[in-house]
Design a protein around this ligand. Structure first.
Ligand code: NAD
Length: 340
């Protein structure tokens, strides 16, 4: 395969990130965008300089599009991914892959049936600093894992929700602070600590005029015997950099805003902190998320398509955080421990 043709579904805030990545990568070319909004068609054509289509069939039958990047509302990811897979296009989908495990499963099945490479964008896995953490945890340098905590105590303004009313809804956002903002750090927590046996969740909507949680807590029991906690919010003014803490019986690591805050790993020096060099924290401002990790995700996806291998985060990997978050929501609704 020569240059990979890229089409994008959705023309909202995250799309600029993709356009920048495609421009910077030598082996990709932006072919067209698709949006349901007639108003956005006119605006976007001026911005992106490629055709903006509002006819999905026409978009998906474009012969130069090899890969469809899905950047619309989260609760519409599945329909878009399935249509793309049926049209024979590879799929790179924004997080969350879908808002329920049932919908995630239909996406995975459609991609398998049509022999499509399916990737999900959980770009915080790509940072060098996180890679160093993953490496030592995987090698058992922290010893037996005991406790893992993820804190995403962020803030979003009233305007953030008022501007795009799909945010914070069950149907289109799948939830709020956990499913939209928290999912990145929750994904890293699960990736380091392993599979989850049971969860207890407590979700509240205390400040924002939204359907789902703007403050929440979760307790996790992992299959390996370790325990964990999650706190997440979008009402926690002014919003603090997200934290990830991993404790073992031989050492511990604390990350903050993607950087190492504490590194106590026997015999292994701490990696240099690099996260502010292009990927700042979205603690208070959703537009503050840089594009460099997205670029690595896209490069990996191109490799996966060329080599016919799974990408860094395939459908099964992407499903894990959705499963835990939706179980936490169910636990909160039913006021009981939920076994996965
Ligand atoms: N990875 C990250 O760090 C990151 C950051 C921001 C957003 N996101 C994800 O990107 C997605 C979009 O978020 P956003 O902030 O750009 O939202 P947004 O509200 O700015 O944009 C959503 C877009 O979807 C389009 N859309 C609506 N219905 C559609 C349909 N039926 N078909 C096609 N397009 C449709 C809208 O026209 C709009 O262009 C969400 O799933 C979100 O979770 C990820």
């Amino acid at each position: 395969m020569g240059v990979l043709g890229v089409g994008i579904i959705g023309t909202g805030s995250i799309v600029n990130t993709y356009v920048k990545c495609v421009e910077e990568l030598e082996d990709t070319k932006l072919i067209a965008l698709y949006t349901t909004s007639a108003q956005r068609v006119k605006e976007a054509e001026k911005l992106f300089g490629v055709p903006i289509l509002d006819n999905l069939e026409e978009f998906l039958s474009h012969p130069e599009i090899d890969l469809v990047c899905i950047c619309n509302k989260s609760g519409l990811h599945g329909d878009a991914a399935i249509s793309a897979a049926q049209a024979g296009k590879h799929v790179l989908c924004e997080k969350p892959l879908e808002v329920t495990t049932e919908k995630v499963d239909t996406v995975i099945a459609a991609c398998q049936k049509n022999d499509i490479v399916l990737g999900c964008v959980l770009q915080n896995r790509c940072s060098e600093v996180y890679g160093a953490v993953e490496n030592v945890v995987e090698k058992g340098a922290l010893g037996k894992l005991l406790l893992g905590n993820a804190h995403i105590n962020w803030y979003r303004s009233k305007e953030y929700y008022a501007k795009n009313p799909w945010r914070g809804t069950k149907e289109f956002d799948g939830g709020a602070a956990f499913m939209n903002q928290g999912i990145h750090t929750i994904d890293l927590l699960l990736h380091l600590m392993g599979d989850v046996k049971s969860v207890y969740g407590n979700m509240k909507t205390l400040v924002h005029a939204i359907e789902c949680e703007d403050v929440g807590t979760g307790i996790l029991n992992f299959n390996n015997g370790a325990i964990g906690t999650i706190t997440a919010g979008t009402a926690l003014f002014p919003g603090y950099p997200e934290r990830l803490e991993i404790y073992g019986d031989k050492g511990s690591i604390l990350m903050e805003g993607g950087n190492i805050k504490e590194w106590n790993v026997p015999g292994v020096p701490a990696p240099a902190n690099t996260s502010l060099k292009g990927n700042a924290s979205g603690a208070a401002d959703p537009t503050n998320i840089g594009h460099l990790n997205h670029k690595i995700v896209l490069e990996d996806m191109i490799g996966a398509i060329q080599e016919n291998r799974p990408p860094m985060v395939d459908g099964f990997e992407a499903r894990k955080a959705v499963e835990v978050i939706t179980a936490l929501y169910r636990s909160s609704d039913e006021e009981r421990l939920i076994f996965l």
